[in-house]
Write a protein that binds this ligand. Structure first.
Ligand SMILES: NC(=O)CC(=O)C(=O)O
Length: 255
């Protein structure tokens, strides 16, 4: 089942002042809901600058200050709120974690970034999330009154198998809070979203922090929604040769 609804992606200005980030997010969720949005998506690291030197300083337990704000914003505005991500501290480890809240303000999902962003492009960008973060180990799907949704965070979008598994689980919308940069953004950000949408014939939505040229990590921006609504016309789901190939999850059978 898929019902029509309005989705908002919030390209939030993220500063080094956590309280400002939280109040800005709260105000914009209200504004999006006021315009009829039923599902609202915040960017990766919406409460903290994005950088390995910031994660431990901004990290919180869940539930904590930031998720409390998200819960209240979801409830006050009666929306499903995909709360971007925050640095989470749990058991002495740090994670890059997305929480999702229902219109009643209850948390319905916690997704920890599965694929850590470790890249080294000489002369351009070196970023090693694994220096401070641990990876999550679960696929994350939630139901809304409109459709089923699969969640990944930023680098997770590069892994086609994850999107394929979400699609096979019945997701018609994939959301990726993300923060690509000025090197990978221009070449891959849009291309990856279109690829995930086209391969799986699902909607894909991404929310990025707004670009801030003074930040240590300059986000590419360009939050987007992509649609590949050709399921009937080009029925690749039923044409798939499951007798020849398969994508399986180590969690298969347990979910
Ligand atoms: N920031 C990320 O997790 C991913 C990214 O910027 C990229 O894949 O490029």
């Amino acid at each position: 089942m898929f019902c029509k609804f309005r989705l908002a992606v919030i390209q939030l200005q993220v500063s080094s002042v956590k309280a400002d980030n939280l109040s800005r997010a709260r105000r914009l969720v209200k504004e999006a809901a006021g315009q009829g949005s039923k599902v609202v998506v915040l960017p990766e690291c919406f409460n903290s600058p994005y950088g390995t030197n910031f994660f431990s300083r901004y990290a919180e337990k869940i539930p904590g200050e930031s998720t409390q704000v998200l819960s209240e914003a979801a409830k006050e505005n009666q929306v499903y709120l995909v709360g971007g991500s925050i640095p989470e501290e749990d058991g002495g480890k740090l994670f890059n974690t997305c929480t999702v809240f229902g219109p009643d303000g209850e948390v319905i999902l916690k997704h920890r970034k599965i694929h850590l962003f470790d890249i080294d492009i000489p002369g351009k960008i070196r970023f090693q999330e694994s220096e401070t973060l641990s990876a999550g180990n679960s696929l994350s799907v939630f139901d809304t009154s409109f459709c089923k949704v699969g969640v990944g965070i930023c680098y997770d979008m590069r892994f086609a198998e994850l999107a394929q598994l979400y699609s096979r689980k019945g997701c018609q919308l994939l959301v990726y809070p993300g923060a690509f940069n000025m090197t990978t953004g221009p070449t891959h950000w849009e291309l990856l979203q279109r690829a995930r949408a086209l391969d799986n014939q699902v909607y894909v939505a991404t929310a990025s922090p707004a670009r801030d040229e003074t930040a240590s990590y300059v986000a590419w921006g360009h939050s987007t929604v992509y649609l590949a609504d050709v399921r009937q016309q080009i029925p690749i789901t039923s044409q798939r040769r499951n007798d020849l190939y398969a994508v399986t999850s180590a969690q298969e059978g347990s979910s």
